[in-house]
Unconditional design. Sequence first.
Lengths: 255, 208
Amino acid sequence: MSPLPWRTDPRTRLAACAALSIMAALLVRPIHLFGLAGLSACLFAASRPAPRIAGGLAVILAVTTLGSALSQGFFYAPPGRTELFTPIPGLSLCREGLVYGLVQSSRLWVGLLSGAAVIRTTTTSELLLAMQAFRAPWPFTFMVIVGLRFLPEMLEQTRRVLAAQAVRGVSGSGPGAAFRRYRLLLTPLLVAGIRRARQTALAAEARGFGPGRVASRRLRFGAVDLMALAAMAAGLAWAAWSAARAGGVTIGGIT
Amino acid sequence: MSLTTLYLYTVGATAALTLTAFALAVRRRTAGPFTAAQLATLSVLVCLMHVSVMPWRIGLAKAPGVDALIFSIPFTTCLVLGLRLVPRPGAATLLIVGQGILGQFVGSGPNPVWWPYFLAMAAVVELIVVLSGRRLGTLAAALGIGAARAAVGYSYMYLVMSPFVWKHFYPAWYFGAKLGLGVVGACIGAVVAHRLAPVIRDATEAVA
Protein backbone atom coordinates (compact mmCIF):
# COMPACT_ATOMS: atom_id res chain seq x y z
CA MET A 1 0.00 0.00 0.00
CA SER A 2 1.36 3.44 -0.89
CA PRO A 3 2.17 5.84 1.99
CA LEU A 4 -0.56 8.19 3.21
CA PRO A 5 0.75 11.43 1.58
CA TRP A 6 0.56 9.77 -1.85
CA ARG A 7 -3.07 8.74 -1.29
CA THR A 8 -4.26 12.29 -0.66
CA ASP A 9 -5.46 14.76 -3.29
CA PRO A 10 -2.62 17.04 -4.52
CA ARG A 11 -4.68 20.06 -3.44
CA THR A 12 -4.68 18.70 0.12
CA ARG A 13 -0.89 18.32 0.03
CA LEU A 14 -0.36 21.88 -1.21
CA ALA A 15 -2.87 23.22 1.33
CA ALA A 16 -1.16 21.27 4.14
CA CYS A 17 2.21 22.77 3.28
CA ALA A 18 0.74 26.28 3.12
CA ALA A 19 -1.18 25.79 6.41
CA LEU A 20 1.91 24.51 8.22
CA SER A 21 3.98 27.47 6.94
CA ILE A 22 1.32 29.98 8.07
CA MET A 23 1.14 28.31 11.49
CA ALA A 24 4.93 28.46 11.77
CA ALA A 25 4.77 32.23 11.20
CA LEU A 26 1.98 32.73 13.76
CA LEU A 27 3.02 30.51 16.67
CA VAL A 28 5.32 31.95 19.33
CA ARG A 29 5.95 29.30 22.02
CA PRO A 30 9.00 27.04 21.40
CA ILE A 31 7.09 23.85 22.31
CA HIS A 32 4.47 24.62 19.65
CA LEU A 33 7.14 25.35 17.05
CA PHE A 34 9.05 22.14 17.77
CA GLY A 35 5.75 20.20 17.68
CA LEU A 36 5.01 21.68 14.25
CA ALA A 37 8.55 20.84 13.06
CA GLY A 38 8.04 17.27 14.38
CA LEU A 39 4.76 16.97 12.44
CA SER A 40 6.50 18.20 9.27
CA ALA A 41 9.33 15.67 9.84
CA CYS A 42 6.70 12.90 10.12
CA LEU A 43 5.15 13.99 6.81
CA PHE A 44 8.58 13.96 5.19
CA ALA A 45 9.37 10.52 6.65
CA ALA A 46 6.00 9.23 5.40
CA SER A 47 7.01 10.19 1.87
CA ARG A 48 9.73 7.49 2.22
CA PRO A 49 12.72 9.49 1.05
CA ALA A 50 15.86 7.71 -0.16
CA PRO A 51 18.80 8.00 2.30
CA ARG A 52 20.62 10.29 -0.15
CA ILE A 53 17.69 12.74 -0.26
CA ALA A 54 17.19 12.63 3.51
CA GLY A 55 20.94 13.23 3.97
CA GLY A 56 20.89 16.18 1.59
CA LEU A 57 17.96 17.72 3.42
CA ALA A 58 19.69 17.13 6.75
CA VAL A 59 22.69 19.13 5.50
CA ILE A 60 20.40 21.98 4.39
CA LEU A 61 18.63 21.94 7.76
CA ALA A 62 21.96 21.99 9.59
CA VAL A 63 23.28 24.94 7.55
CA THR A 64 19.99 26.80 8.05
CA THR A 65 20.01 26.16 11.80
CA LEU A 66 23.62 27.25 12.13
CA GLY A 67 22.93 30.40 10.13
CA SER A 68 19.87 31.25 12.24
CA ALA A 69 21.72 30.63 15.53
CA LEU A 70 24.80 32.64 14.50
CA SER A 71 22.90 35.59 13.02
CA GLN A 72 20.69 35.93 16.09
CA GLY A 73 23.63 35.13 18.38
CA PHE A 74 25.28 38.27 17.08
CA PHE A 75 22.25 40.48 16.47
CA TYR A 76 19.53 39.54 18.96
CA ALA A 77 19.88 41.92 21.88
CA PRO A 78 17.81 41.02 24.93
CA PRO A 79 18.48 42.96 28.14
CA GLY A 80 21.35 41.49 30.19
CA ARG A 81 22.88 39.41 27.37
CA THR A 82 25.73 37.00 28.19
CA GLU A 83 28.58 37.72 25.80
CA LEU A 84 30.57 34.67 24.69
CA PHE A 85 32.88 36.02 21.99
CA THR A 86 33.68 39.50 20.64
CA PRO A 87 35.34 39.35 17.18
CA ILE A 88 35.25 43.15 16.75
CA PRO A 89 34.38 45.85 19.27
CA GLY A 90 30.63 46.44 19.33
CA LEU A 91 29.76 43.04 17.81
CA SER A 92 29.58 40.07 20.13
CA LEU A 93 28.09 36.61 20.14
CA CYS A 94 25.67 36.12 23.02
CA ARG A 95 24.29 32.94 24.57
CA GLU A 96 20.67 34.14 24.67
CA GLY A 97 20.80 35.03 20.97
CA LEU A 98 22.24 31.62 20.05
CA VAL A 99 19.43 29.83 21.91
CA TYR A 100 16.83 32.22 20.43
CA GLY A 101 18.19 31.59 16.90
CA LEU A 102 18.14 27.82 17.44
CA VAL A 103 14.50 27.95 18.55
CA GLN A 104 13.47 30.21 15.66
CA SER A 105 15.19 27.94 13.12
CA SER A 106 12.36 25.46 13.79
CA ARG A 107 10.15 27.79 11.73
CA LEU A 108 12.46 27.17 8.78
CA TRP A 109 12.43 23.40 9.38
CA VAL A 110 8.63 23.40 9.06
CA GLY A 111 8.76 24.93 5.58
CA LEU A 112 11.69 22.85 4.38
CA LEU A 113 10.40 19.49 5.67
CA SER A 114 6.76 19.93 4.63
CA GLY A 115 7.86 21.40 1.30
CA ALA A 116 10.16 18.43 0.67
CA ALA A 117 7.28 16.06 1.48
CA VAL A 118 5.01 17.82 -1.03
CA ILE A 119 7.69 17.89 -3.72
CA ARG A 120 8.42 14.19 -3.25
CA THR A 121 4.76 13.16 -3.46
CA THR A 122 3.42 15.53 -6.15
CA THR A 123 4.09 15.00 -9.85
CA THR A 124 4.16 17.87 -12.35
CA SER A 125 0.83 16.74 -13.86
CA GLU A 126 -0.77 16.65 -10.39
CA LEU A 127 0.58 20.13 -9.74
CA LEU A 128 -0.93 21.33 -13.02
CA LEU A 129 -4.32 19.83 -12.08
CA ALA A 130 -4.15 21.36 -8.60
CA MET A 131 -3.22 24.82 -9.93
CA GLN A 132 -6.10 24.66 -12.41
CA ALA A 133 -8.46 23.56 -9.64
CA PHE A 134 -7.28 26.49 -7.51
CA ARG A 135 -8.02 28.78 -10.50
CA ALA A 136 -4.42 30.03 -10.60
CA PRO A 137 -3.89 32.54 -13.45
CA TRP A 138 -3.00 30.64 -16.63
CA PRO A 139 0.29 32.51 -17.35
CA PHE A 140 1.60 31.52 -13.89
CA THR A 141 0.47 27.93 -14.30
CA PHE A 142 2.13 27.75 -17.70
CA MET A 143 5.35 29.31 -16.43
CA VAL A 144 5.60 27.03 -13.39
CA ILE A 145 4.99 23.90 -15.49
CA VAL A 146 7.44 24.94 -18.22
CA GLY A 147 9.88 26.06 -15.51
CA LEU A 148 9.71 22.69 -13.75
CA ARG A 149 10.23 20.97 -17.11
CA PHE A 150 13.24 23.13 -17.99
CA LEU A 151 14.96 23.45 -14.62
CA PRO A 152 16.94 20.16 -14.78
CA GLU A 153 17.77 20.86 -18.42
CA MET A 154 18.97 24.35 -17.54
CA LEU A 155 21.28 22.97 -14.85
CA GLU A 156 22.68 20.39 -17.29
CA GLN A 157 23.13 23.02 -19.98
CA THR A 158 24.96 25.26 -17.49
CA ARG A 159 27.41 22.44 -16.74
CA ARG A 160 27.94 21.83 -20.47
CA VAL A 161 28.62 25.49 -21.28
CA LEU A 162 31.04 25.80 -18.35
CA ALA A 163 32.86 22.65 -19.51
CA ALA A 164 33.03 24.01 -23.08
CA GLN A 165 34.40 27.31 -21.76
CA ALA A 166 37.07 25.46 -19.78
CA VAL A 167 38.09 23.51 -22.89
CA ARG A 168 38.38 26.78 -24.82
CA GLY A 169 40.67 28.21 -22.18
CA VAL A 170 38.27 30.48 -20.28
CA SER A 171 39.85 30.20 -16.87
CA GLY A 172 41.26 32.22 -14.01
CA SER A 173 40.23 32.88 -10.47
CA GLY A 174 39.02 35.92 -8.60
CA PRO A 175 35.98 38.15 -9.00
CA GLY A 176 37.02 39.53 -12.41
CA ALA A 177 37.38 36.09 -14.00
CA ALA A 178 34.16 34.88 -12.42
CA PHE A 179 32.32 37.92 -13.78
CA ARG A 180 33.74 37.32 -17.27
CA ARG A 181 32.73 33.64 -17.16
CA TYR A 182 29.25 34.69 -16.05
CA ARG A 183 28.85 37.05 -18.98
CA LEU A 184 30.10 34.40 -21.41
CA LEU A 185 27.74 31.83 -19.89
CA LEU A 186 24.55 33.87 -20.19
CA THR A 187 24.26 34.28 -23.97
CA PRO A 188 24.51 30.60 -25.07
CA LEU A 189 22.45 29.46 -22.10
CA LEU A 190 19.63 31.89 -22.79
CA VAL A 191 19.56 31.54 -26.55
CA ALA A 192 19.50 27.72 -26.41
CA GLY A 193 16.95 27.74 -23.58
CA ILE A 194 14.61 30.22 -25.29
CA ARG A 195 14.77 28.29 -28.56
CA ARG A 196 13.85 24.99 -26.85
CA ALA A 197 11.16 26.59 -24.71
CA ARG A 198 9.51 28.28 -27.70
CA GLN A 199 9.46 25.00 -29.61
CA THR A 200 7.92 23.25 -26.61
CA ALA A 201 5.36 26.04 -26.16
CA LEU A 202 4.30 25.89 -29.81
CA ALA A 203 4.03 22.09 -29.67
CA ALA A 204 1.99 22.29 -26.46
CA GLU A 205 -0.27 24.97 -27.92
CA ALA A 206 -0.81 22.91 -31.07
CA ARG A 207 -1.95 20.02 -28.86
CA GLY A 208 -4.52 22.19 -27.08
CA PHE A 209 -2.52 22.89 -23.93
CA GLY A 210 -4.10 26.20 -23.01
CA PRO A 211 -6.33 27.94 -20.47
CA GLY A 212 -9.41 26.13 -21.77
CA ARG A 213 -7.77 22.71 -21.52
CA VAL A 214 -9.99 19.87 -20.28
CA ALA A 215 -8.00 17.39 -18.22
CA SER A 216 -8.57 13.65 -18.70
CA ARG A 217 -8.20 13.13 -14.95
CA ARG A 218 -10.41 14.85 -12.39
CA LEU A 219 -9.36 15.54 -8.84
CA ARG A 220 -11.65 14.31 -6.10
CA PHE A 221 -11.50 14.78 -2.36
CA GLY A 222 -11.72 11.54 -0.35
CA ALA A 223 -12.46 10.98 3.32
CA VAL A 224 -8.75 11.35 4.23
CA ASP A 225 -8.63 14.71 2.42
CA LEU A 226 -11.70 16.02 4.21
CA MET A 227 -10.27 14.99 7.57
CA ALA A 228 -6.91 16.59 6.71
CA LEU A 229 -8.61 19.83 5.60
CA ALA A 230 -10.66 19.94 8.82
CA ALA A 231 -7.47 19.41 10.84
CA MET A 232 -5.75 22.23 8.92
CA ALA A 233 -8.65 24.63 9.52
CA ALA A 234 -8.62 23.78 13.23
CA GLY A 235 -4.82 24.16 13.37
CA LEU A 236 -4.91 27.56 11.68
CA ALA A 237 -7.67 28.79 13.99
CA TRP A 238 -5.71 27.57 17.02
CA ALA A 239 -2.48 29.22 15.75
CA ALA A 240 -4.29 32.55 15.20
CA TRP A 241 -5.86 32.34 18.66
CA SER A 242 -2.51 31.39 20.23
CA ALA A 243 -0.74 34.31 18.50
CA ALA A 244 -3.43 36.78 19.60
CA ARG A 245 -3.26 35.43 23.18
CA ALA A 246 0.53 35.66 23.29
CA GLY A 247 0.37 39.28 22.16
CA GLY A 248 2.39 38.56 19.02
CA VAL A 249 5.73 40.11 18.21
CA THR A 250 6.30 43.84 18.12
CA ILE A 251 8.74 45.62 15.84
CA GLY A 252 11.18 46.06 18.71
CA GLY A 253 11.34 42.40 19.68
CA ILE A 254 9.43 39.73 21.55
CA THR A 255 6.73 41.03 23.90
CA MET B 1 2.48 48.32 16.18
CA SER B 2 2.66 44.53 15.98
CA LEU B 3 4.47 42.87 13.10
CA THR B 4 1.25 41.21 11.96
CA THR B 5 -0.39 44.64 11.60
CA LEU B 6 2.66 45.98 9.75
CA TYR B 7 2.59 42.97 7.43
CA LEU B 8 -1.11 43.49 6.70
CA TYR B 9 -0.50 47.19 5.94
CA THR B 10 2.22 46.25 3.45
CA VAL B 11 -0.15 43.75 1.81
CA GLY B 12 -2.67 46.56 1.34
CA ALA B 13 -0.03 48.94 -0.01
CA THR B 14 1.21 46.28 -2.44
CA ALA B 15 -2.31 45.63 -3.70
CA ALA B 16 -2.84 49.38 -4.20
CA LEU B 17 0.47 49.72 -6.13
CA THR B 18 -0.31 46.70 -8.32
CA LEU B 19 -3.78 48.02 -9.14
CA THR B 20 -2.33 51.46 -9.95
CA ALA B 21 0.28 49.95 -12.31
CA PHE B 22 -2.29 47.83 -14.12
CA ALA B 23 -4.82 50.67 -14.30
CA LEU B 24 -2.12 52.83 -15.91
CA ALA B 25 -1.24 50.01 -18.33
CA VAL B 26 -4.88 49.57 -19.33
CA ARG B 27 -5.29 53.34 -19.76
CA ARG B 28 -2.21 53.49 -22.00
CA ARG B 29 -3.50 50.45 -23.90
CA THR B 30 -0.34 48.44 -23.36
CA ALA B 31 -1.94 45.57 -21.42
CA GLY B 32 -3.08 42.35 -23.08
CA PRO B 33 -2.65 38.57 -23.10
CA PHE B 34 0.78 36.99 -23.54
CA THR B 35 1.58 34.66 -26.44
CA ALA B 36 2.94 31.17 -25.80
CA ALA B 37 6.35 32.24 -27.16
CA GLN B 38 6.49 35.21 -24.76
CA LEU B 39 5.53 33.00 -21.82
CA ALA B 40 8.14 30.43 -22.87
CA THR B 41 10.82 33.15 -23.02
CA LEU B 42 9.85 34.37 -19.56
CA SER B 43 9.82 30.78 -18.25
CA VAL B 44 13.44 30.28 -19.31
CA LEU B 45 14.45 33.51 -17.58
CA VAL B 46 12.55 32.44 -14.46
CA CYS B 47 14.50 29.14 -14.53
CA LEU B 48 17.76 31.02 -14.91
CA MET B 49 16.85 33.37 -12.05
CA HIS B 50 16.12 30.36 -9.89
CA VAL B 51 19.38 28.62 -10.83
CA SER B 52 21.26 31.84 -9.97
CA VAL B 53 19.73 32.14 -6.51
CA MET B 54 19.82 28.43 -5.60
CA PRO B 55 23.07 28.52 -3.59
CA TRP B 56 21.61 31.32 -1.47
CA ARG B 57 18.42 29.42 -0.75
CA ILE B 58 20.25 26.58 1.02
CA GLY B 59 21.76 28.82 3.65
CA LEU B 60 24.68 30.56 1.96
CA ALA B 61 22.75 33.81 2.40
CA LYS B 62 24.27 33.82 5.85
CA ALA B 63 27.74 34.35 4.33
CA PRO B 64 28.48 37.71 5.88
CA GLY B 65 28.54 40.68 3.60
CA VAL B 66 28.76 39.17 0.13
CA ASP B 67 25.43 37.52 -0.56
CA ALA B 68 23.42 40.67 -1.26
CA LEU B 69 25.92 41.85 -3.86
CA ILE B 70 26.40 38.50 -5.61
CA PHE B 71 22.72 37.49 -5.50
CA SER B 72 21.54 40.77 -7.01
CA ILE B 73 23.74 40.63 -10.13
CA PRO B 74 22.27 37.54 -11.88
CA PHE B 75 18.76 38.20 -10.59
CA THR B 76 18.70 41.73 -12.00
CA THR B 77 20.40 40.65 -15.23
CA CYS B 78 17.65 38.09 -15.87
CA LEU B 79 14.90 40.52 -14.83
CA VAL B 80 16.08 43.33 -17.11
CA LEU B 81 16.77 40.90 -19.97
CA GLY B 82 13.23 39.55 -19.58
CA LEU B 83 11.80 43.06 -19.78
CA ARG B 84 13.89 43.78 -22.89
CA LEU B 85 12.80 40.57 -24.62
CA VAL B 86 9.14 40.91 -23.56
CA PRO B 87 8.75 44.68 -23.04
CA ARG B 88 5.19 44.93 -21.78
CA PRO B 89 3.23 45.35 -18.54
CA GLY B 90 2.79 42.11 -16.65
CA ALA B 91 6.16 40.67 -17.66
CA ALA B 92 7.85 41.89 -14.45
CA THR B 93 5.10 40.34 -12.32
CA LEU B 94 5.41 37.05 -14.19
CA LEU B 95 9.21 37.07 -13.79
CA ILE B 96 9.42 38.05 -10.12
CA VAL B 97 6.35 36.24 -8.80
CA GLY B 98 6.98 33.32 -11.19
CA GLN B 99 10.51 32.89 -9.84
CA GLY B 100 9.24 33.09 -6.28
CA ILE B 101 6.50 30.52 -6.83
CA LEU B 102 8.74 28.20 -8.85
CA GLY B 103 11.28 28.45 -6.03
CA GLN B 104 8.58 27.49 -3.54
CA PHE B 105 7.45 24.51 -5.62
CA VAL B 106 10.98 23.11 -5.92
CA GLY B 107 12.24 24.26 -2.52
CA SER B 108 10.30 25.06 0.59
CA GLY B 109 6.78 24.25 -0.66
CA PRO B 110 3.93 26.68 -1.36
CA ASN B 111 3.80 29.39 1.30
CA PRO B 112 1.26 32.20 0.73
CA VAL B 113 2.80 34.28 3.53
CA TRP B 114 5.67 35.11 1.15
CA TRP B 115 3.54 36.06 -1.85
CA PRO B 116 3.15 39.74 -0.85
CA TYR B 117 6.95 39.98 -0.76
CA PHE B 118 7.20 38.89 -4.41
CA LEU B 119 4.21 41.04 -5.37
CA ALA B 120 5.66 44.14 -3.68
CA MET B 121 8.85 43.93 -5.75
CA ALA B 122 6.83 43.19 -8.89
CA ALA B 123 4.42 46.09 -8.28
CA VAL B 124 7.24 48.66 -8.04
CA VAL B 125 8.94 47.33 -11.18
CA GLU B 126 5.60 47.27 -13.05
CA LEU B 127 5.05 50.89 -12.14
CA ILE B 128 8.48 51.82 -13.52
CA VAL B 129 7.84 49.77 -16.69
CA VAL B 130 4.50 51.50 -17.29
CA LEU B 131 5.88 54.97 -16.54
CA SER B 132 9.01 54.38 -18.68
CA GLY B 133 6.94 53.72 -21.79
CA ARG B 134 9.19 53.94 -24.83
CA ARG B 135 12.24 54.71 -22.67
CA LEU B 136 12.21 51.13 -21.27
CA GLY B 137 15.18 50.24 -23.49
CA THR B 138 17.48 52.89 -21.98
CA LEU B 139 20.24 52.29 -19.45
CA ALA B 140 18.53 54.68 -17.02
CA ALA B 141 15.37 52.57 -17.05
CA ALA B 142 17.42 49.39 -16.53
CA LEU B 143 19.26 50.97 -13.58
CA GLY B 144 15.99 52.28 -12.14
CA ILE B 145 14.33 48.86 -12.40
CA GLY B 146 17.31 47.09 -10.84
CA ALA B 147 17.81 49.58 -8.01
CA ALA B 148 14.09 49.81 -7.19
CA ARG B 149 13.66 46.04 -7.14
CA ALA B 150 16.67 45.62 -4.85
CA ALA B 151 15.68 48.50 -2.55
CA VAL B 152 12.10 47.26 -2.14
CA GLY B 153 13.19 43.62 -1.88
CA TYR B 154 15.84 44.13 0.80
CA SER B 155 13.76 46.64 2.77
CA TYR B 156 10.72 44.38 2.76
CA MET B 157 12.84 41.36 3.64
CA TYR B 158 14.73 42.87 6.59
CA LEU B 159 12.03 45.18 7.95
CA VAL B 160 8.92 43.04 7.50
CA MET B 161 9.35 39.45 6.32
CA SER B 162 12.34 38.37 8.37
CA PRO B 163 10.93 39.65 11.71
CA PHE B 164 7.37 38.55 10.87
CA VAL B 165 7.97 35.08 9.41
CA TRP B 166 11.25 33.95 11.01
CA LYS B 167 11.26 36.30 14.05
CA HIS B 168 14.83 37.22 13.13
CA PHE B 169 16.01 40.72 14.04
CA TYR B 170 18.90 42.69 12.54
CA PRO B 171 20.58 45.94 13.53
CA ALA B 172 20.18 49.03 11.33
CA TRP B 173 23.82 48.99 10.15
CA TYR B 174 23.46 45.40 8.93
CA PHE B 175 20.25 46.21 7.07
CA GLY B 176 21.88 49.32 5.58
CA ALA B 177 24.91 47.33 4.39
CA LYS B 178 22.71 44.65 2.80
CA LEU B 179 20.54 47.27 1.13
CA GLY B 180 23.55 49.18 -0.21
CA LEU B 181 25.28 46.06 -1.53
CA GLY B 182 22.03 44.80 -3.01
CA VAL B 183 21.46 48.04 -4.89
CA VAL B 184 25.08 48.11 -6.14
CA GLY B 185 24.76 44.48 -7.31
CA ALA B 186 21.47 45.28 -9.01
CA CYS B 187 23.06 48.22 -10.87
CA ILE B 188 25.91 45.96 -12.08
CA GLY B 189 23.33 43.39 -13.21
CA ALA B 190 21.35 46.09 -15.02
CA VAL B 191 24.46 47.25 -16.91
CA VAL B 192 25.28 43.63 -17.91
CA ALA B 193 21.69 43.11 -19.11
CA HIS B 194 21.71 46.42 -21.01
CA ARG B 195 24.84 45.33 -22.89
CA LEU B 196 23.70 41.74 -23.50
CA ALA B 197 20.08 42.48 -24.46
CA PRO B 198 20.68 43.41 -28.14
CA VAL B 199 22.87 40.32 -28.69
CA ILE B 200 20.35 37.97 -27.11
CA ARG B 201 17.38 39.64 -28.83
CA ASP B 202 19.06 39.30 -32.24
CA ALA B 203 19.99 35.69 -31.55
CA THR B 204 16.52 34.70 -30.35
CA GLU B 205 14.82 36.53 -33.24
CA ALA B 206 17.11 34.67 -35.63
CA VAL B 207 16.05 31.30 -34.22
CA ALA B 208 12.35 32.15 -33.81
